[in-house]
Ligand binder design. Structure first.
Ligand code: GLN
Length: 493
């Protein structure tokens, strides 16, 4: 494969703008890489013509001397949770198989307006529920990474597992992800790439298949902090079509990136030292502290006392919202239709939802319906909402003492596909460090930190104050520059 597939967002955009190569050459290289990496199962559908058409439009603009846009000439992967006009959008479910939206999501439209093109729709956990990309109706996604000395297919994390796998394998320079309780950060950590979930409300949810609406946020996944900053600028912005969209200007994150952390305080939350966390992860956390100190920051201890309640609260709130959001899939207006002979309306709903949803989705709908039922609402849902408030207050107090929080992204490295299937609770624990920032709606990023003794990537997480994506990106950049992460999967395409 030509060297274009080794390039990231900034290199491609700047190279196209300065005429070093054409957007078409880049798109052709990535289209070929995508086609040759089918074994990863990262894409549900590929859209090589979309990438080529967008590339040709950028090349034509350049010939006319026009502005090429923030993402001009960059082909990307689109998580199949974003509605894309005329292109199958499934949320990796059977119930939406064949669904071709009549409209484009706001985030994807913004990316096309900024000059990006689409390589295809990326696989994910079904309805974004999962941490390993094993709940997709379209099959598991493999990480391009292997545990040293073994050949077992490893999880790329989830739910944005197609995104993380494709970017790590260099079959896409960047991809969109969504994060409800860790689905950008955990897969980024598992595959040695960067991913940022912005402040809740930065990116429009319009046209994104809803999982848990009070938590869902879109964000970029790419191989560098700079690339994430560029792509987030293209994705973010007020949208009157999303009632929870932030009515704020999008800062120029790329231009104000700085790894100089003089005068900044980095908080280390003591409650994140949990039993069961890998030693290699604790070691990388120590190294992260030293790196940020080296960048000029002061390291301070902070306390987030309600951390241990965050995950249980998330697994009440997220399924509750999911059970309500997923009620729309009744087979009447779109999606799967299965009408048993002589069936009534109720039978039709039941048949369609039984056939159309996978086991994990059914588990969430059952849990969600249970915690919202009249007899249990106060015992579960109301309590979980109170905990959510306490978790947010913990962060507010901590941010009175520090500017950015540094923590591990995950308690373990990636694991072989299939190894946690029988154990949903251990699977849920993957997001123990990611969920608190989601409940509080805060910007949070994972950057590659090191590889563990098995040769698998580990990530460090940075959490910022509301709207302070810049602080998060800057601290991420300081780590990136000092880590100099050069490890690569055994193979790329
Ligand atoms: N793994 C978590 C879950 O299954 C988070 C998913 C997400 O952020 N979309 O709910």
């Amino acid at each position: 494969m030509t060297a274009y597939t080794q390039l990231g967002v900034k290199d491609i955009r700047d190279g196209v703008a300065s005429g070093d190569f054409t957007a078409r050459e880049v798109a052709e290289s990535f289209n070929a890489a995508v086609a040759s990496a089918a074994e990863l199962n990262a894409f549900i559908v590929t859209t090589p013509d979309h990438a080529l058409t967008a590339a040709d439009a950028v090349d034509a603009k350049r010939a006319r001397g026009e502005d090429l846009g923030k993402m001009g000439g960059v082909p990307i992967g689109m998580k199949d949770l974003f509605a894309t006009k005329g292109v199958q959008t499934t949320a990796a479910s059977h119930i939406l198989e064949g669904f071709k939206p009549e409209y484009e999501s706001t985030v994807s439209q913004k990316l096309w307006d900024a000059g990006a093109g689409m390589l295809g729709k990326l696989n994910l956990d079904q309805f974004a529920m999962g941490s390993s990309n094993e709940t997709s109706y379209f099959g598991n996604v493999s990480s391009p990474w292997k545990k040293d000395g073994t050949n077992a297919a490893m999880s790329p994390g989830g739910s944005s597992g197609g995104s993380s796998s494709a970017v790590a394998a260099r079959i896409a320079p960047a991809a969109t992800g969504t994060d409800t309780g860790g689905s950008i950060r955990q897969p980024a950590a598992f595959t040695g790439i960067c991913g940022i979930k912005p402040t809740y409300g930065r990116c429009s949810r319009w046209g994104v298949v809803a999982f848990a609406s009070s938590l869902d946020q879109a964000g970029p996944m790419a191989r560098s902090v700079e690339d994430c900053a560029i792509m987030l600028e293209a994705m973010a912005g007020f949208d009157p079509k999303d009632a929870t969209s932030l009515q704020m200007d999008v800062p120029n994150w790329e231009a104000t990136l700085s790894a100089d952390l003089k005068g900044k305080k980095i908080g280390i939350p003591r409650e994140y030292r949990m039993d069961g966390t890998d030693q290699a992860i604790l070691d990388s956390w120590e190294q992260g502290k030293a790196m940020l100190r080296d960048a000029g920051a002061e390291i301070v201890d902070v306390s987030l006392p309600h951390t241990k309640y965050a995950l249980p609260a998330y697994y009440i709130i997220a399924p509750a919202e999911a059970s309500s959001n997923l009620a729309r899939y009744d087979g009447v207006r779109y999606g799967l239709r299965d009408l048993p002979d002589g069936a009534g309306l109720q039978d039709m709903y039941a048949a369609i939802r039984a056939a159309g949803f996978g086991d994990e989705v059914k588990r969430r709908v059952l849990i969600g319906t249970y915690v919202l039922s009249a007899g249990f609402y106060d015992a579960y849902y109301t309590q979980a909402q109170k905990i959510r408030t306490l978790v947010a207050q913990d962060f507010e107090k901590a941010f009175a003492e520090c500017d950015v929080i540094l923590a591990p992204t995950t308690p373990t490295a990636s694991f072989p596909l299939g190894s946690l299937n029988e154990d949903p609770l251990t699977m849920y624990l993957n997001d123990v460090f990611a969920v608190p920032a989601s409940l509080a709606g805060l910007p949070a990023m994972s950057v590659p930190a090191t590889v563990n003794p098995d040769g698998l990537p580990l990530g460090l997480q940075l959490v910022g104050r509301p709207f302070d994506e810049q602080g998060v990106l800057n601290a991420g950049l300081a780590i990136q520059q000092r880590v100099g992460f050069e490890a690569q999967p055994e193979k790329w395409w």
